[in-house]
Design a binder for this molecule. Sequence first.
Ligand SMILES: Cc1cc2nc3c(=O)[nH]c(=O)nc-3n(C[C@H](O)[C@H](O)[C@H](O)COP(=O)(O)OP(=O)(O)OC[C@H]3O[C@@H](n4cnc5c(N)ncnc54)[C@H](O)[C@@H]3O)c2cc1C
Length: 375
Amino acid sequence: MSQIVILGSGFAALSAIRELRRQGSNAEITVISPCDELHYVPSSIWIPAGVRKAENLRLPLRRFFERHNVKFIKAAVTGLSAAEKRIDTDAGPVTADQILIATGGRFIRKLPGIENAIIPCEGIAAAEAMSAKLAGLDGGTIAIGMATNPNEPGAMRGGPMFEYLFILDTLLRRQGRRDRFKLVFFSPSDRPGARLGEKAVDGLLVEMKRRGIETRLGHMMVRIDPDRVVTEGGEITADLILFQPGMTGPAWLAQSDLPLSPGGMVRADAGCRVEGTDAIWVAGDAGSYPGPDWMPKQAHQADLQAKAAAANIAAVLQGRSPDATFVAELICIMDSLDKGMLVFRRGKLNIVLPALRPLHWVKRMFERHYLRAFR
Ligand SMILES: Cc1cc2nc3c(=O)[nH]c(=O)nc-3n(C[C@H](O)[C@H](O)[C@H](O)COP(=O)(O)OP(=O)(O)OC[C@H]3O[C@@H](n4cnc5c(N)ncnc54)[C@H](O)[C@@H]3O)c2cc1C
């Protein structure tokens, strides 16, 4: 029986498993990951407001793996030889006929003093840390900012930072203490969120102004001190700093013979096959793919890539030609606790809806629908 090994147990990995079985593949599927839970991080934005608790967002995968006849190895990948189709892990080496890399991306921690900021998208624990810090503040300045990977400007995740900005504003108003806080948004770009489209950037900047959020845009970051953000254009003293640096590929890629993009992600073709290999595939944030410069690092995009990669793996194993590709598509409801702003991009189409109350509930309903497969 053919052996498919999937590295990681996040969005891309789980979508690939579902698609492989949907395609009728009876291959042996093994997942290697240090984590046997799905962390539904898109909803971690609601932790500071108490709308979600960490335990609501950690879904054990044992039953999902049983249903899909998947073997799980609890281990971290430490390296990979594409030439030998061998995966090195902290529990020993594993070989496979087909390998799908789905170990996600990681945030660049090079900026001096980065440890003085909370990086909200690092996971559920980061959202909890922010929540605890906010609860302990009587007032002060909250500085929220983001940057990109200078070597691959698309390798960033801006959406959640706008969500945190607007959610904290709404939350502080609800708590009747917004007047004791100053909110400042900073970014080296003078058009932050450009991948969402020009109309969305205009809408976001107008919304910041409407909510009394100060902006410091267009200045390169210098460092982050415990009590301030230092940029080439001045300093922002702050009591709580949330900063999202640009993204790069997983650290274990340094111990592999895989081709990497300028930003440090695995280089793949339009069908998610790793360039120069015949049996190694990548899906989700770990990869760098051909397509528009706005192609998002999103769970939705990871799912689309995973489906294409899985269809191609199934095709190869069934002796068919692997010709599935994925569409570049950005869809995001940027939540503000009581409303949501929809942004959609595909091809030349770029739809932006203003912040609407029903969209907040659509985001909640989508979460429920998405997680049904894992409950
Ligand atoms: C706060 C927040 C809000 C977001 N909002 C949205 C949204 O509204 N819509 C949307 O589409 N996306 C959203 N995203 C982005 C989305 O979560 C990511 O793009 C998505 O998780 C990427 O999926 P992935 O499968 O590539 O990687 P991940 O989901 O990060 O999964 C990586 C997996 O690899 C495992 N792993 C890590 N290292 C190793 C290793 N060495 N060996 C083996 N396994 C390893 C991890 O445990 C994990 O299981 C949001 C993210 C955050 C943090």
